[in-house]
Ligand binder design. Structure first.
Ligand SMILES: Cc1cc2nc3c(=O)[nH]c(=O)nc-3n(C[C@H](O)[C@H](O)[C@H](O)COP(=O)(O)OP(=O)(O)OC[C@H]3O[C@@H](n4cnc5c(N)ncnc54)[C@H](O)[C@@H]3O)c2cc1C
Length: 435
């Protein structure tokens, strides 16, 4: 007999598991399907798991600030009784360098004022107090290490920084997904692993259910695509791609892992660091290491992946390039001959903002296009998607009359058309991982 549920969630990463928790809490009988063996095993496991509040658009700032409250009080969000092994959230604060690329953070500070999120301007000569040993000379525009002038200052100093005390990072992103899974399961949500969705069955322009690779059929009137870098594959299966203005693609990215300079206790005193003058970001990692990610400068080739199941997961010289870029700021940073780091895929939309929306197929929803920057929003996206689904299934035409969503912690309303599959490209975006 074909099993049936109120809703099927494709993907049990940190966002999929958070949606399962919130849907179950709202009374839906859910089944989460993931083709991998455990929750958080997909792109979530490669995440730097940085929790920050600054973005290029009001709605993304509001979501991120709302999300901070859940990370800060994670045990309460998950429910202490639901799991023994909890993530740790380190509320280090975030230091962001002012550059031409981010308009010296003027727009960001305006948006922080709108959401009442605290911040502090830091003078150039005081940056070292937050990030020890740092050279504040300008190096922009970004170059590849074999370009002439790589590592040579380009004149003057950066114009200062902003410190956002509310922000930090999560110790173990995969465990965050597993914590959300435990919380969901405690509310009655079911999870099935090693279960690959290969067909989305529909009738009369309405979702009917899915078929798995082993032929198993499972029915549900609601289906949510939270498949991370596989999101476009699922959208193709559902036949909704041609009916969306925005699309998603998988982009390969490397994150470097290097020891901090001996003079810097980055593990205990380090902050999240974002610097669009040297086009890298960094965060502390255990063992006084630094995780270094790219802020996507135009000189770096972009590696779009046709098939997210087939990509090279070996690190390349890009890890070394990231370390060399950060060494422009931290001259004592050693550059390991053998780079260390990891490779993972972003799920990127045209304007690097997420798509949290319904589709033109009845009952088919998506939480996709998370563009290397939506880990932090997982708990809020769980709530937002549940509200969207409830409202649309209740009869509201979200395309004509956009659903509004209340952010409880910051007491603001946002209109969810900002995350529409049919929005115009958001020109305020950084068109990078910054969002
Ligand atoms: C290198 C890197 C660094 C990042 N750093 C940060 C950061 O610092 N801060 C931040 O906020 N965000 C960051 N992100 C982004 C963040 O990690 C992602 O947005 C988030 O983890 C996505 O979660 P998800 O649940 O949507 O997707 P995933 O974790 O990718 O989960 C999707 C799941 O769907 C499953 N699936 C796919 N196809 C099928 C199918 N056909 N059948 C069944 N299951 C299927 C997959 O197996 C997978 O487990 C980063 C991402 C990367 C890659």
């Amino acid at each position: 007999m074909t099993k049936s549920y109120d809703a099927i969630i494709i993907g049990a990463g940190v966002i999929g598991a958070s949606i399962a928790k919130e849907m179950a809490e709202a009374g839906y009988k859910t089944l989460s399907l993931d083709k991998l063996p455990e929750a958080g095993h997909g792109s979530t496991s490669g995440s730097c798991a940085i929790i920050r509040t600054y973005y290029s658009a009001f709605e993304t700032c509001a979501l991120a600030y709302e999300g901070w409250f859940y990370w800060k009080d994670w045990e309460n969000y998950i429910g202490r009784e639901n799991t023994e092994d909890m993530i740790q959230y380190f509320d280090t604060g975030c230091l962001v360098i002012k550059t031409d690329h981010n308009n010296h953070l003027k727009n960001v500070c305006d948006m922080m004022d709108q959401v009442s999120c605290p911040y502090e301007h830091i003078a150039t000569e005081d940056i070292h107090k937050r990030f020890g040993g740092v050279n504040t000379e300008r190096f922009d525009p970004a170059k590849r290490p074999d370009d002439d002038g790589f590592g040579q200052p380009t004149g003057g100093n950066v114009s200062g920084a902003v410190f956002f005390p509310r922000g930090g990072y999560v110790s173990d992103p995969k465990l965050a997904a597993q914590n959300a899974q435990s919380a969901a399961a405690a509310l009655g949500a079911e999870f099935m692993f090693n279960a690959e969705v290969t067909e989305i069955r529909q009738s009369d322009n309405r979702v009917q259910g899915v078929t798995l690779s082993d032929g198993t059929q499972i029915d549900a009137p609601i289906l949510i695509n939270v498949a991370g870098p596989h999101s476009f594959v699922i959208n193709k299966m559902a036949g909704v791609v041609d009916k969306m203005k925005m699309t998603t693609r998988a982009l390969r990215h490397e994150v470097a892992h290097v020891p901090a300079p001996a003079s810097l206790d980055y593990e205990n005193n380090g902050v999240i660091y974002s610097d669009s003058d040297i086009h890298t970001y960094a965060r502390p990692e255990v063992g006084n290491n630094i995780l270094i990610g790219s802020e996507d400068p135009p000189c770096d080739p972009q590696e779009w992946i046709e098939d997210p199941d087939v990509f090279d997961d070996n690190i390349t010289d890009q890890c070394k390039t990231l370390a060399m870029r950060l060494a422009q700021r931290l001259p004592d940073l050693g550059i390991p001959e053998q780079g260390r780091g990891l490779v993972a895929l972003y799920d990127v939309s045209e304007d690097w903002m997420p798509i949290y929306d319904k589709s033109d197929l009845g009952g088919f929803y998506m939480a996709i296009g998370t563009s290397g920057n939506q880990f932090k929003n997982a708990p809020v996206v769980g709530k937002l998607m549940t509200h969207l689904i409830k409202t649309v299934e209740g009869g509201q035409d979200h395309d004509q009359h956009p659903v509004s969503f209340h952010l409880d912690n910051i007491n603001k309303d946002i209109s969810l058309d900002a995350f529409s599959r049919n929005r115009e490209i958001n020109q305020n975006s950084s068109f990078s991982v910054i969002g």
